[in-house]
Design a protein around this ligand. Structure first.
Ligand SMILES: N[C@@H](CCC[C@H](N)C(=O)O)C(=O)O
Length: 260
């Protein structure tokens, strides 16, 4: 069977997107999804998303990591799926959609910047060397010196597979403070099992963790990632982080057909 696919990227975090409103896609075929994401044998991407009908909202987001397994929320993926829904005329400039972690609101501005509301965060584990929080996906956040030369793949894998996170694992973020409003971030992604050029839930987690640990008192933070620039804003209600928004570009790359 020949299927139509679309390729999108958000700050270099790239995705295969399939319009599955007719429910034709074999969602349980892990090997197929892994092959479609493979950079040599397939289209190549960090993840694959299905846009599906949803009875309550504009659409439903179904997300798979490049290892073929369905996973938790993907922030950059969500932003790209909003841009795709706009391309399909499923939505206009603003939307509400359902994902694995619940309802999301999003909007697209005139420059194509997609702002995506993320889940509220009401629990952060703060340790002397790292923080851990869930922004739709689990994230370990750690400040490191010399981020530019840091071995993200090796050190990220050691923490991801180490005793801290057990079988479920975690995404691992390494952060460097540039100034009060800007941080640099590199992320090892669970399910890709490598560094990616950006991670949206990771940028969100890093921004909140930097505020929670006193690295900044600001609630609008720039996150410089390997593939570009993201920003995160939020409000604090006691120990809770609400109205959390992830903002950045989400771009169409190409479309095509592939035999599955
Ligand atoms: N790239 C994503 C995160 C995708 C999910 C993650 N790999 C996991 O399995 O936890 C993002 O932009 O948030």
């Amino acid at each position: 069977m020949l299927i139509q696919f679309y390729k999108y990227q958000g700050t270099g975090n790239d995705f295969v997107i399939i319009d599955n409103r007719t429910n034709f896609f074999p969602k349980e075929d892990t090997k197929l999804i892994e092959r479609l994401c493979d950079r040599r044998f397939g289209i190549g991407a960090d993840g694959l998303m299905l846009l599906e009908n949803d009875p309550e909202t504009d659409f439903k987001m179904v997300y798979y990591n490049s290892d073929g397994n369905q996973s938790t929320m993907c922030g950059n993926g969500g932003r790209c799926l909003v841009a795709f829904a706009k391309q399909l005329n499923v939505i206009g400039d603003s939307t509400s959609f359902n994902a694995v972690d619940g309802l999301h609101h999003a909007s697209v501005d005139k420059d194509g910047i997609v702002s995506l509301q993320m889940i509220d965060v009401d629990s952060i584990k703060i340790n002397p060397d790292y923080s851990f929080l869930n922004t739709g996906s689990p994230h370990h956040v750690q400040l490191v010196d010399d981020l530019e030369h840091y071995n993200v793949k090796e050190n990220g894998a050691a923490i991801r597979y180490g005793e801290l996170y057990g079988k479920a694992g975690s995404n691992i973020n390494f952060v460097k403070k540039i100034d009060n409003s800007t941080f640099a971030l590199r992320t090892y992604e669970r399910g890709v099992e490598d560094e990616t050029l950006a991670c949206g839930t990771g940028a969100t987690a890093a921004a909140i963790a930097m505020n929670a640990t006193g690295q900044t008192d600001l609630t609008a933070i720039n996150m410089n990632v390997e593939g570009g620039k993201l920003s995160v804003s939020f409000e604090k209600e006691g120990n809770k982080y609400v109205n959390v928004f992830l903002n950045g570009p989400a771009k169409f790359v190409f479309e095509g057909t592939i035999e599955i």
